[in-house]
Design a protein around this ligand. Structure first.
Ligand SMILES: Nc1ncnc2c1ncn2[C@@H]1O[C@H](COP(=O)(O)OP(=O)(O)OP(=O)(O)O)[C@@H](O)[C@H]1O
Ligand SMILES: [Mg+2]
Length: 349
């Protein structure tokens, strides 16, 4: 046997491979498992912190390269993932959920629900276990967007079972209200309903539970943050709201609530011409990226205004399902990857 090809030599070589998000090498991070050496054939597993890791292919290629460089003739790498929870106290409310992430905005109509749906789908498509909870008690829109309006969730042992759609576990007050039924909400009722949607629903084991919030920083985000230890908030904004400083104000409010801010998604950032595909910025002034920078938070990406996105939502086929290969489809997946990476960074800290 080639004396260089010991497990120690392989691990030593792999120490050259750095995770660019976590700023440490993959051996120190404990990602390398099951190293097997058979002559000059080497196999091992790399267990990442999320299946949605945006640098998965890069890490695999680098790992293969450094092991070939010490004399291996064949390198078989299995890429797996185990999502770690943050060290924050686990909640008995939703014990199987590793990360609860709220999608918020300062004002209504910026595309929170659109972003929530497509990020949930993008994460689920990587193999992550994903739930989506519609906490917009004022206007639940997830059932319509996911094409499951009018469906009645089943119950088991006094718990409500989420509705599964496109690989995502869904729950919305919309499933529990009679069609056309209007509710006049008072603050404590909002808190009670948010609690019920968490507590009375049998959420499976989930890596990520995304929570689509109603607009603003009112009762729903407050009670959610009090009920469960949120991994953090994703703030959705539009160039118009950045310009009007509405986004900045809601960032400050979340900072005051001590809720971690995972990043900014800029929606309707420019108009994509359906004929020629060119994206034109409509509003001048500060961009979502500059806003994120100003408040020292990550910028996750931007989605253009595109009629396809609203049409597909209205028809109950989210953009990522109806047009998976579109430019915005790619961008939604990139945003999901950056979000997952940001969560990994925080869980490893
Ligand atoms: N990038 C986009 N391009 C085109 N239309 C969009 C885009 N994003 C959202 N929309 C459309 O804009 C409208 C508002 O979006 P959405 O319902 O996701 O916003 P919201 O922030 O959840 O609103 P609310 O505050 O009422 O809950 C919807 O009709 C949606 O289809
Ligand atoms: Mg909404």
């Amino acid at each position: 046997m080639n004396p260089m090809l010991s497990e120690a030599a392989v691990l030593d070589a792999l120490r050259q491979v750095n995770d660019p998000d976590l700023h440490r090498d993959i051996v120190a991070l404990g990602f390398v498992k099951d190293v097997r050496i058979d002559g000059t054939k080497v196999s091992f597993t790399i267990e990442l912190t999320t299946p949605a890791c945006p640098v998965k292919d890069l890490l695999k290629a680098e790992a293969e390269g450094v092991v070939l460089a010490i004399g291996a003739t064949q390198v078989d790498i299995e890429m797996t993932a185990r999502v770690r929870t943050t060290d924050r106290e686990q909640t008995p409310l939703i014990p199987g959920v590793k990360h609860c992430i709220a999608i918020a905005s300062g004002k209504g109509g910026v595309g929170k629900s659109t972003v929530s749906v497509n990020l949930a789908l993008a994460l689920a498509q990587t193999g992550a276990r994903v739930g989506l909870m519609d906490a917009d008690v004022y206007g639940p829109s997830i059932p319509l967007m996911m094409g499951v309006q009018g469906e009645q969730p089943l119950t088991a042992n006094n718990k409500i079972l989420p509705i599964q759609r496109h690989g995502v576990a869904l729950m919305s007050l919309g499933f529990l209200l009679q069609e056309g039924q209007a509710v006049l909400w008072r603050g404590p009722m909002v808190a009670g309903t948010v609690k019920q949607l968490l507590e009375d629903v049998l959420w499976d084991e989930l890596d990520y539970l995304l929570v689509d919030l109603p607009p603003g920083t009112g009762d729903a985000p407050m009670s959610l943050a009090q009920l469960v230890p949120l991994t953090g908030v994703v703030l959705v904004t539009t160039p118009h709201h950045v310009a009007a400083n509405i986004a900045g104000k809601s960032i400050q409010l979340f900072q005051r609530l001590n809720t971690p801010l995972l990043g900014v998604v800029e929606n309707m950032a420019g108009y994509r011409c359906p004929n020629c595909g060119t994206v034109t910025r409509v509003f001048s002034g500060m961009t979502g990226e500059e806003l994120a920078k100003q408040y020292g938070m990550p910028f996750l990406g931007s989605i253009p205004l595109d009629p396809e996105i609203s049409q597909s939502s209205d028809q109950g086929e989210p953009a990522l399902v109806a047009y998976p290969d579109s430019g915005y489809g790619l961008e939604f997946r990139a945003i999901a990857g950056r979000l997952a990476a940001e969560i990994s960074v925080r869980s490893m800290a």
